[in-house]
Design a protein around this ligand. Sequence first.
Ligand SMILES: *Cc1c(COP(=O)(O)O)cnc(C)c1O
Length: 372
Amino acid sequence: MEQSIRGFSFSKMFAIGQTVQQVQGETMTNAIIDLRSDTVTRPTPAMRAAMAAAEVGDDIYGDDPTVNRLQARFAEMCGMEDSLFVPTGTMANQIALKCHTSHGDEVICDANSHILHYETGAPAALSGLSVCGLPGVRGIYSVEEMVDAIRPDNIHCPQTRLVVAENTHNRGGGSVWPLDLLGEMKVAAHSRGLKFHLDGARIYNAVVATGHGLADYAKNFDTMTCCFSKGLGAPVGSIIAGPRDFIQKARRYRKMFGGAMRQSGILAAAAEYALDHHIGRLADDHANAELLTKLLGECAELEVEQGLPTNMSYFTVRAGADAAMRLQSACREKGLLFNHVGKGRCRAVTHLDIGESEIRRGAETIIDAIQS
Ligand SMILES: *Cc1c(COP(=O)(O)O)cnc(C)c1O
């Protein structure tokens, strides 16, 4: 069956993709270069082997040894009491919001956050929450902004319950929160009776970019999430960590939201494999994004965002949104994919299927297309 997005043939792309897998390790000269997201990676042969070999059981009965091992390991890695494996990062965040709040409460986050933009209105739909988005800079807000947004104790107002930080920050360009600021934010939130949650979909990118440990970040939060299906390269899976009673409550809402699974050890095995083999290599993704930023920076038609610390490169086509969409389709014709996020601003994300040669070829494709 032919599926296409704006005329681009996916069956053709997958056919080429399969050729890439067959010749992995050899030159991939004509392969698609997919910089739309770090979610587009396919599990490596070694990851697939780990999945195939996983010992499994029915996880709803608590019987899956691979899931249990992953949850215990992740909780220990972040220094929290317990953790829970879930299908997606969206579900991880939404379960956390549900557990921390009651209908009619308010959540504070930044105005560009994933929970506000990309989770289909779930805070309102699933938990009856209003969300207060702070302006911030690259997704990072100040303690003062946060404290100013807390509602007074007044019957006219929703009750502020929870503060959320996203690290690294997607729409902020893969930006990283300063550790000290997170510590101050936690104190400010706790002293006012609020909980502090981390959307850590890409927390390992922050860990690798800064050299701080996962636990150094985690200790500033009541609860946190992490995605295995982004830069870590697993096909499916995210996790929520927090206190034992919170995770017990989360287990109930995971069932309610339809995310409790049976022999999910097959998926947990991919996550374990990613924790064993794919963390350190995120440094390559960061170096590749930096290289792309540098190469595109030489193109006068683009305004390239400098100093982005992790696996994203953002550039704006100076001629505007229509020109950006034309550039996007011209590049797609040549097998290079990236996202136009609006107003001429485009996002390219590096990941484990992208090496330095793909970056050089990708930059060349963009510059050729825009100058022709
Ligand atoms: C990808 C992402 C999520 C979760 O997305 P899913 O596609 O549901 O796994 C959550 N937060 C951020 C910042 C993300 O980038």
